[in-house]
Design a protein around this ligand. Sequence first.
Ligand code: PMP
Length: 286
Amino acid sequence: MSRTVYVNGEYLPEEEAKVSIFDRGFLMADGVYEVTTVLDGKLVDFGGHAKRLERSLRELEMDAPCTMDELLEIHRQLIAKNGITDGTVYLQVTRGNPGDRDFSWPEPPVKPTLVLFTTAKPGFADSPLAKTGIEVITVPDIRWGRRDIKTVQLLYPSMAKMMAKKAGVSDAWFVEDGFVTEGYSNNAYIVKNGQIITRALSNDILHGITRAAVLRFAREAQMEVVERNFTPDEAYAADEAFCTSASAFVMPIVKIDAAVIGTGTPGHVATRLREIYIEEMRKAAI
Ligand code: PMP
């Protein structure tokens, strides 16, 4: 069924939505994005996503296409027009269409391009994968040095996903200088002797909105959180492993490369954090 999508001020059937071939998002990957989860027809942590979007735009000296209140209204309109109960809203802002291809940013700036669309994922908080856990492989992290900016340069993460698929698993964890950075589209964690271990925030990883919420809930539940680098070998020997993202919530990991993690079934910490996260986010959704 055709969706209603949003492009530069208009709500249109997806077949009629158009962006210029000169758009810098298309030619230069000069754009940023956010994916916000919808549960029960409401937005999960919209405030967190809006803040990160503003930061991504600021870091790239890109104009915001509208206010965050206007963005919230567009999200809500799309959820209503498409009858989304559970799913996601994808948002992308690019530096716009300067009318030709040029490495320099347009001076003065042109109007940013703003695109949003929904994806319905009925019942996705009850993913069967969360009950079995997923398997991951490790691959070298050869991405650029500003992974804290949520840009649409997703070619290497796509290649990593294909490497995972070829290896018969669903996910890949990136490794740089001997340490795990993050997953191809999620943040990475291990649990050892009751400690939840995850890499500290820096330019090396995306500052996950789900990561921030999950670490807050973990601390509130008196779980010990340690933000530090960890190696693949430590991960192989961990009691548990899991990843977090807006669309996967907290996802247990039961195998990393050839190593079965813990008992090979979802761990207690990951399972509990998933329950708390979904419960709290349902309550706070707007
Ligand atoms: N790291 C990377 C590289 C990602 O692409 C994502 C998801 N976009 C995340 C982490 C998780 O971020 P969030 O919890 O905000 O979805």
